[in-house]
Design a protein around this ligand. Structure first.
Ligand code: UGA
Length: 487
């Protein structure tokens, strides 16, 4: 049973700066015999039924749409790519996200999740229209908002009655104002409200994050829009924070940047631990036991990657510069992230001297476990650096190999990809762990040792146990725990 999914949400609302805490009766009181909370929502979905449209059926749009349909709403997902819509209508999903395919299949079968390429059909369908289109980075780190602007114009071209237009994409502060201005320019006679409702999904656990969120942020300047959004989120149990639009937009960038800051903090600390002969995991544990700090996001490794942190940090840094309040702290967060990977590669070079023509096994391509996403993956950057030095890389990943071939075709041509982690280490000079997939920790270390030319392991994610590695006779390098090997 999920932790808090059901009615009974402790709701926190900020009204004029005042926090109001109210509480609905708990689902455990209302329906003690409910075994699965979600079946309650499906049985009684008419109580919550709302119609919503999501424009953009990418990672965020599709997961959001499927989860809203799962809790009982009727959802229309719009995407301009007919091939993608065909795939979705056939019950297949174009990304790997645990649990999502099942929900898409269920909700399509129940008739609550529909897909179309037609924006007018989508906008006519619902009173609430989400925008969930990509906001890619420009070369200077700022955000390319052309897709948001296009959707605003598309909505304006077909809007006939009052709608709440909700921005779900991660955008710079004040984008909501621009969206409202754009719609007003092209549809001056129609009433509408704009809302910012940032997403806080992590790839690999997006379904759980959506169904059981830490908080729901509603940035709106109109009570009518707030009321509709609260009704929409009624099936979810989470604190709801109501703010103005600008603050909601800032919350997203501020939260991601702060998490990246935590990672860079522990990564720099890992270098200090190596230099001083301390164990970064113990230091993180001791810090994390302070409730004000918390243990989460203090895992030292090769640095943060993915499609969110690097992009959002660059965007927030640029926005702060533009606002005349440079956020130099974030520039250092980025510098530490770059230095962490360089330090790791230096360690490999220090051991193997010259990498030219040396066969190196790399476990991991995705930017973190439980996803096939290789965008801005540190594992991929690491491989790029090794290949640039002439190493012969043999890599493997449980889910990321297909997307690696698609997103990095040139690099994929220069390395060998194999399915089996043991095949990767066959005759290699060293094993490098780049992504902490649990599958990798289950591989027989005795067999790894047998197959490597020499028992040399560089663990960039602290996946393996230093004491075991020492006992088995490996020369083992990890992140901020190297004193354990030398004690
Ligand atoms: C991140 C945020 O965690 C989400 O809340 C947010 O909604 C999302 O970005 C987004 O903006 O859409 P995500 O990028 O999926 O989610 O992945 P995370 O789990 O946050 O990990 C990001 C990177 O940090 C990964 O490369 C991971 O390996 C690294 N990381 C994370 C560490 O190196 N150490 C840690 O302790 C935690």
């Amino acid at each position: 049973m999920t932790r808090r999914w059901g009615v009974g949400a402790p709701r926190v609302e900020a009204g004029g700066g005042r926090m109001i805490k109210t509480s609905l009766p708990s689902i455990d009181v209302i329906l003690p015999f409910a075994y699965q909370r979600h079946s309650f929502f499906i049985c009684f979905s008419f109580l919550f039924l709302m119609k919503l449209t999501i424009i953009g059926s990418g990672y965020v749009g599709l997961t959001t749409g499927a989860c809203f349909a799962k809790v009982g709403h009727h959802v229309m997902c719009v995407d301009s790519n007919p091939k993608k819509i065909e795939t979705l209508l056939a019950g297949q999903i174009p990304i790997y996200e645990p649990g999502l395919e099942e929900i898409v299949k269920q909700t399509v079968a129940s008739g609550r999740l529909k897909f179309t390429t037609n924006t007018e059909e989508g906008v006519d369908f619902a009173d609430i229209v989400f925008i969930a289109v990509p906001t890619p980075p420009n070369p200077d780190g700022s955000v390319d908002l052309r897709y948001i602007e296009k959707v605003a114009r598309d909505i304006a071209a077909v809007i006939k009655s009052y709608k709440v237009i909700v921005d779900k994409s991660t955008v710079p502060v004040r984008t909501g104002q621009k969206v409202a201005e754009t719609i007003r320019r092209y549809a001056p006679t129609i009433d509408f409200d704009v809302v910012s409702n940032p997403e806080f999904l992590r790839e690999g656990s997006a379904v759980a994050d959506l169904l059981d969120p830490d908080r729901i942020v509603i940035g709106a300047n109109s009570p009518r829009a707030v009321a509709l959004m609260q009704e929409l989120y009624a099936p979810f149990v989470a604190p709801v924070l109501v703010t103005d639009i600008n603050s909601a937009e800032l919350i997203k960038h501020a939260a991601n940047s702060f998490l990246a800051l935590k990672i860079s903090y522990i990564n720099h600390l890992s270098a200090i631990c190596d230099a001083a002969g301390a164990d970064v995991e113990k230091v993180a544990e001791g810090m994390g036991m302070d409730k004000r700090i918390g243990r989460a996001f203090l895992n030292a490794g090769l640095g943060y990657g993915g499609s969110c942190f690097p992009k959002d940090l660059a965007a927030f840094t640029t926005i702060s510069d533009q606002l005349g309040v440079p956020f130099n702290l974030l520039k250092e967060v980025h510098n530490i992230n770059v230095a962490q990977l360089e330090r790791f590669v230096k360690g490999i070079r220090d051991s193997l001297w010259v990498l030219q023509e040396k066969k190196l096994a790399v476990w991991g391509l995705s930017f973190k476990p439980h996803t096939d996403d290789v965008r801005s993956s540190v594992a991929v950057e690491l491989i790029r650096l090794l290949v640039a030095e002439g190493a012969q890389v043999v890599a493997t990943d449980p889910k990321g190999m297909d997307s690696f071939r698609v997103f990095e075709p040139d690099l994929a041509m220069k390395i060998t990809l194999v399915d089996d982690p043991l095949e990767a280490v066959d005759g290699a000079e060293a094993l490098i762990v780049a992504t902490e997939w649990p599958e990798f920790s289950e591989v027989s270390l005795a067999e790894v040792k047998k197959r490597l030319i020499a028992p040399l392991v560089f663990d960039g994610r602290n996946l393996l146990d230093p004491a075991t590695m020492k006992e088995m006779g490996f020369t083992y390098h990890c992140i901020g725990r190297n004193q354990i090997m030398h004690s």
